[in-house]
Design a protein. Sequence first.
Length: 361
Amino acid sequence: MKLEIINQNQHSSSATIPTLRVLHLAGSCVSNFYYNLSILYAKEVVQPVGVSSYYAVVHPDGLWQLGTSLDSLSEKMSLQDMTPRLPQIDVVVPHMFCFPGMTSFRAFFEDILGIPVVGSPSHCTSLATNKAQTRSVVSASGVRVAKAQQLRRGDTLTMKPPFVVKPTSEDNSLGVTLVWDESQIEAALDKGFELDDTLLVEDYIPGRELRVAVVEREGELQVLPMIEYLVTEEHPIRTVHDKLELQSDGTPGKQPEKPTVKPVCPANVTPELFEKLGNAAKTAHIALGCRDYSLYDFRVHAETNEPYLLEAGLFWTFGKISMITRMLQADGQSLEDVVLELWSAAAGRTRVACGSLFKWN
């Protein structure tokens, strides 16, 4: 963390006060959907004492705005004009969910501009954004995944229902369909191919759905209280409407106040199941090369009680509406304290390799 001199009183001597200068990276150059989603979360970011915030926002037209808040942004400018106007920054906190935001822009700020980024590095987020690649990597490390097939247009489908069709590189359940019988296959594939060139067709796992977070604290991987999504026979999987309340134009407006599949935190799990899920999440965190924190969705089979990893979500926007935040609060921890700790630790990283070994709780 760098030090900044702040004159608190013109009649008194100057005091040296540590100030962490944070750049919040928000917006999307991909679509209005991802732009609105990013801004929705960026508005809620916590502002710990000792942090000075600045914002860089990219729009779907590729132009950028800068400012000290989302309500006081500059005129739009190109990336090449924006970059030299950035103030001195200690660390970047990304609030972007689109593929370039999860990957290329992280790499630009960290690898090109040399500013540390909170969260996993771009090569890790690029891997984890692809559901099929994520499955392959974590499975090789012993994490259980359901049987699945990658499918491109023209390929022969060999899977038999029930299965879930997913675009490989979309989030928030966009393009996801649960197929119960063969009459539903064509429509499910058409829906998925509207969003991605490659689909993942994955066996449906009946049972509970839980979300598990891993946070790096003082050299240890800690598992927080888990969230359970109360799926039912009528609503066996979560849809985009369980995650976001969409406006008339199809873009996110806010989180739904009463989702059909309700979240419960902390989840009511036995110590044995908590350990299984926690160990699987830690294994995935290490296998994927994650950093600072990670988040995973699991299905727990109704008959075997074994967890199956569905996907990784390597995002935390550090706001009150974020899932990892809810887990921290369920654990009685201070969001501001944990956030300041993680941001400060990231700011202290050098540009050398940051791989390390962790102790498991």
